[in-house]
Design a protein around this ligand. Structure first.
Ligand SMILES: [Zn+2]
Ligand SMILES: [Zn+2]
Length: 470
């Protein structure tokens, strides 16, 4: 803790002034001027209190030991258990630039027009629980140097141009970042990116005073391939922009061809504001980039509000339709079938997205942690594992939820285009059946959307952070 030189109370890092501030005697001082500062910056380790959530096992560290009464990971209102320890200092830090009040305004603006949100989202007591957390990141510098021969073609209106290019590549990409915590979904960190790595400065615990920090538990090597690929793609873009309209054949092993090397890998802490909302066994996050104010929120739909809204919307549509010239029965079948196929397509896309996210299939940091637990080894980029059980459940759900609709739609189309009854009644029956099925698929879709807009409760009990604690 940084003690005030005037009164001895704990100081905190004040965002507005970017200085240490004492709330008791109103003293301010630059981070570098504090007497403890020199001591801290020479040590590789610094003192922390690690707070652990008894419900989910999530850990947050802080330089203070004041009691905290809610968990930012799972949204539980519980007293977090604190223990004293030491953490390895990261190399770099970006201090908070956006204040709590500014971020609360950004959040309020964002949810303002989301009319189907559960009402707690707008509750001031809830919004007050937004918490400043430093997230661990890896920062890479990448160099590319080498000569490469490329071929390509360019179509003009009269002929095809064959291109042969000898390129000399000499590129520096500084400050490519990856999130270093398995607790934090890569999707959120990608969304609130980028952080301006130019505003990074050497880490000192003073920047942590009054905030929390997540613990780094993903080794930086996990991202080597992904970082190299990112810079290779950026180089491709550069080359492409020099030959507009050309399609260039890039070699399969670009890292070798471009001479891509990671020249430096540093640990850093980046600031985010974090708010979590919990209902039953689901949690929703609002995360705001503490430097730029970019926001990423989960926006679940309150079912009651949604149904009420749909009924209110259905009434004018129904009135409008009844004023239209009578629609022919056959057209009705065709239109409702198209609608049905549409909802089924949306269903298929959504099931896949929800499944991939629930299983964290696209989260490299999470998968690396899993791979480490499986084999006890870390390092190379992990191959995501799909659970046979989860996959089976997606399939059996699909059978229950969508097959009836498929069958009814096929029957309706057969009636419409093959059997072609003379009477209108079979057409109306088909159209109504198809529409009812679509309604059902739509209800399932809202349920799926809510799974998509929220997350399963996190579980960190097997997380291996804390090797450094005494
Ligand atoms: Zn003071
Ligand atoms: Zn928790």
């Amino acid at each position: 803790m940084y003690r005030c030189v005037n009164c001895g109370a704990g100081m905190r890092f004040d965002i507005a002034s970017q200085q240490l501030h004492c709330d008791y005697c109103d003293a301010s001082m630059a981070v570098a001027d504090h007497p403890d500062e020199r001591v801290a910056s020479e040590e590789d380790m610094f003192d922390v209190t690690v707070f652990c959530c008894p419900q989910c096992g999530g850990e947050l560290m802080s330089t203070e030991n004041a009691a905290t009464d809610f968990c930012s990971y799972c949204g539980a209102s519980v007293i977090l258990e604190g223990r004293i320890g030491k953490e390895k200092s990261p190399d770099l830090v970006i201090p908070f630039l956006k204040t709590k009040e500014e971020c609360q305004e950004i959040y309020k603006k964002k949810i303002h027009s989301a009319i189907f949100l559960p009402k707690e989202f707008k509750d001031p007591d809830h919004i007050d629980k937004i918490r400043g957390i430093y997230l661990p990141y890896w920062v890479y510098d990448v160099k590319q140097q080498g000569d490469v021969s490329l071929t390509g073609t360019r179509e003009t209106s009269k002929y095809t141009e064959y291109l042969k290019m000898d390129c000399h590549i000499d590129n520096d990409y500084d400050g490519v970042t990856r999130d270093a915590s398995s607790a934090f979904d890569d999707r959120i960190s990608d969304f609130i990116a980028p952080f301006n790595t130019k505003s990074m400065r050497p880490f000192t615990p003073a920047y942590l005073a009054g905030f929390f920090a997540d613990i780094s538990d993903v080794s930086g090597d996990v991202y080597n391939e992904s970082v190299k690929n990112e810079t290779n793609k950026r180089t491709e873009k550069q080359i492409d922009s020099q030959y507009p309209g050309a399609s260039i054949n890039y070699p399969p092993d670009e890292s070798a061809a471009f001479g891509t090397e990671i020249t430096s890998m540093k640990s850093a802490m980046f600031p985010v504001w974090f708010l979590s909302w919990r209902r039953d066994d689901r949690v929703a996050y609002a995360v705001i980039n503490g430097e730029t104010g970019k926001i990423c929120t989960d926006l679940p739909v309150d079912k009651k509000k949604y149904y009420l809204g749909s009924v209110l919307l259905a009434i004018p549509i129904f009135l409008l339709l009844s004023f239209l010239p009578t629609i022919r029965a056959t057209t009705l079948v065709t239109v409702s079938s198209i609608l049905s196929v549409g909802t089924m397509l949306i269903y298929a896309v959504n099931s896949r997205t929800v499944y991939r996210r629930e299983e964290h299939l696209d989260d490299l940091g999470y998968q690396a942690k899993l791979a480490e637990e499986r084999e006890g080894e870390a390092g190379s980029a992990p191959v995501p594992v799909e659970h046979a059980e989860a996959k089976k459940k997606v399939k059996s759900d699909a059978v229950k939820e969508i097959v009836p609709s498929v069958i009814v739609t096929i029957i309706a189309l057969l009636v419409r285009f093959l059997i072609k009854p003379v009477s209108d009644i079979p057409y109306y029956a088909c159209a109504i059946a198809v529409l009812l099925c679509s309604c059902y698929v739509f209800t399932v879709l809202i349920k799926k959307y809510n799974v998509f807009a929220t997350r399963p409760l996190p579980e960190f009990h097997n997380r291996k952070g804390g090797e450094n604690y005494e």
